[in-house]
Design a protein around this ligand. Structure first.
Ligand code: TXA
Ligand code: MG
Length: 343
């Protein structure tokens, strides 16, 4: 199969929408990461997503809509807390877990009785959903286990020959996947942190819980509330270690480990902030420490770059977990299998 990459335009959106109506899958931009979309109401189309990604069948997909009016037929009721979050943060980088209606195929929900719904802010994404005339089920458009794609080029790297079309809308603004929030219980629970932060949810609902597995690995026999959390994700080929603590000590510790590893014949790269001086050692920038949204936007591209360069060891500066920093540390933590050195 030939994979076409087309810039977003009225004509390319119409082409992509037609493919989706025909039960095919297409790569498309959102404000978080690129998605791999199919008609959410067609089980056969949805199965193609799992095939193209090499995704385990027990990991459910998020259903994307272009307006709130499209949601009622897809769910069995919307709890009050969920309504408040919708009003505050949609369109935007937030997925709400809601009780699913029967029209959602089991292939989408992976057998759960809930479904994740998201109303993206990206204009091209919403235009595609409108033009297709159906809700679009879409996971991140990476091969399973690879970092999520934040450019059309990343999607092509992973999906060339596997899908017919990628819409190129430029780099994603947020750069990390949406916050996944279960607002069906008394206290909303953040299952996956993202651009809508615990602080933001707290401000709207007066309470919030962050799932304990956001910053720790799942142990043998534990059940994940969000099936995606049990899979090894975002792991570059390089052995990845995070350094946390006071900046001066972190920089010294990283430089010492770097030099030792180079002497042992390793290929090493640092993922670090622009404010810090690593003395000319190979460093992939996470942007400014004062602006963690830059680290969010750059992290996945940085992890891909490690692989491209054939690095065998990556030494990463930890990010403060306030605000979107929690989402950055969740993804970085998983890339490093939560190997965090505190100095
Ligand atoms: O930003 C995003 O959410 C992107 C763009 C394309 O919208 N999509 C995305 O999808 O990241 P995916 O499939 O890569 O991640 C979806 C996550 C998985 O961890 C999955 O387990 C969880 O959401 N999830 C989906 N449905 C769920 C449900 N009903 N209950 C709990 N977790 C669910
Ligand atoms: Mg994903």
């Amino acid at each position: 199969m030939q994979t076409e990459v087309l810039p977003v335009s009225e004509a390319s959106l119409a082409r992509a929408a037609e493919r989706i109506r025909n039960g095919e899958i297409v790569g498309f931009p959102t404000e978080t990461v690129y998605g791999l979309g199919a008609n959410a109401l067609c089980a056969q189309a949805v199965l193609r997503i799992f095939e193209a990604k090499g995704r385990p069948a027990d990991n459910p997909l998020i259903v994307h809509v272009s307006s709130v009016e499209e949601i009622p037929p897809l769910v069995r009721g919307i709890p009050q807390a969920a309504r408040k979050l919708m009003e505050a943060f949609w369109p935007g980088p937030m997925t709400l877990i809601l009780p699913k209606a029967d029209c959602i195929p089991n292939a989408v929900s992976a057998g759960l009785d809930t479904v994740g719904i998201r109303l993206p802010s990206c204009e091209a994404a919403r235009a595609l959903i409108r033009a297709a005339g159906c809700p679009i089920a879409a996971p991140s458009a990476n091969r399973s286990g690879r970092p999520s794609p934040t450019t059309a080029q990343h999607v092509l790297e992973d999906m060339d020959g596997r899908i017919p079309l990628i819409l190129d809308g430029g780099p994603c603004q947020v750069g990390l996947e949406s916050s996944v929030i279960d607002a069906t219980g008394e206290v909303p629970v953040i299952l996956r942190p993202g651009g809508i932060t615990p602080e933001m949810v707290q401000a709207v609902l007066g309470g919030v819980r962050v799932d304990e597995h956001v910053m720790s690995p799942l142990h043998e026999g534990e059940v994940a509330r969000s099936p995606g959390m049990k899979y090894k994700h975002y792991a570059p080929k390089a052995h990845t270690v995070i350094y946390a603590g006071e900046s001066g000590r972190v920089v010294s510790a990283i430089c010492a480990r770097y030099d030792e590893a180079v002497r042992a014949g390793e290929r090493v790269a640092i993922l670090g902030f622009d404010e810090h001086d690593f003395g000319g050692r190979t460093c992939i920038s996470l942007g400014s420490e004062a602006h963690p949204e830059q680290a969010a936007a750059r992290l996945f591209a940085a992890l891909r770059e490690l692989d491209e360069r054939g690095e065998t060891l990556a030494l990463c500066e930890a990010v403060d977990t306030a605000g979107i920093g929690l989402a950055v540390m969740n993804r970085m933590g998983r890339a490093a299998a939560f190997d965090i050195v505190r100095v």
